[in-house]
Design a protein around this ligand. Structure first.
Ligand code: BTN
Length: 263
């Protein structure tokens, strides 16, 4: 297992996933962006595979943002998925987010939940911070799902990092270093189960872990912000708000949890 600066045990991950749809898995020391790499391969017609790295030099976040993480501190992983219908796109991403929240939920001592569209949060309502984010990009019938997870942060983490997010080890029983390889394997195994599940079951399981539902939220888009109570997730993954008794449907945006909705 890796210990911060040691090379991760790529062989362990490959052996653990042998014979599965994600058997083709590589863990490289450094790259620009794992999403960019798999998008290029997807355009060339490559099959399903997984790419993990310790360090990205041009890591990408949603809506044109950057994703930065100190070398070896997290899981930076992209998954090339084929064969799901484009209209099921939200749920391919949701399968990975759900898997990550389940795996970390079992090893941390506070709630690990999903924030629409696909962030993974740690902490109780009102004290939640982002532990992981997902960027998905589509090429023909393929989707590249890239997840960045904060796993091991040092005690003296810079303030701007702890303002923006949280790492799993900060919520583990003794703050101890968490080996990443078994976590990667577990996330991929669970993601495979969720991808094989029916869209109805996946949606129900995703909703059960979603802390956006039941909150008053602000949906931020480039040109506007909308406030309402998050009441449901549509079958295509859209967020449904109740705005003073009127239901509105939102396909894109960043969500801010404001407070529990009045019941
Ligand atoms: C977000 O903005 O919340 C999404 C962040 C996604 C980051 C991951 S890290 C692995 C993959 N490669 C990238 O360049 N981005 C994604």
């Amino acid at each position: 297992m890796s210990a911060g600066t040691e090379r991760p045990d790529e062989g362990f991950v490959q052996r653990s996933l042998a014979g599965t749809r994600f058997a083709q898995v590589r863990w490289v020391p450094e790259t620009g962006s794992t999403n960019d790499d798999l998008l290029a391969l997807a355009r060339q017609g490559a099959g399903e595979q997984v790419l993990i790295t310790d360090l990205q030099t041009t890591g990408r976040g949603r809506r044109g943002r950057v994703w930065e993480a100190p070398s070896g501190s997290g899981i930076l992983m992209s998954i090339l998925i084929r064969g799901r219908r484009i209209e099921d796109g939200f749920w391919s991403v949701g399968a990975v987010a759900l898997a990550a929240s389940e795996v970390f939920g079992e090893i941390v001592d506070s709630p690990c939940t999903l924030k629409w569209p696909n962030d993974v949060l740690l902490g109780s309502v009102g004290q939640q911070k982002k532990m992981a984010g997902i960027l998905s990009q589509v090429v023909d019938d393929a989707v590249v799902v890239g997840i960045g997870i904060n796993v091991n942060w040092p005690e003296d983490v810079p303030e701007e990092m702890s303002e923006r997010g949280v790492a799993a080890n900060q919520h583990s029983s003794d703050g101890a270093f968490l080996p990443r390889e078994p976590l990667v394997v577990e996330i991929l195994q669970r993601a495979m189960c969720h991808l094989a599940d029916s869209p109805e079951n996946l949606r129900a399981n995703w909703k059960a872990r979603c802390s956006t539902l039941g909150q008053q939220v602000r949906v931020e888009r480039e040109s506007e912000s909308i406030i309402g109570d998050a009441v449901d997730i549509a079958s295509d993954g859209a967020l449904i708000l109740d705005q003073n008794g009127v239901r509105t449907t939102h396909q894109v945006g960043d969500v801010v949890h404001l407070r529990p909705a009045k019941t």
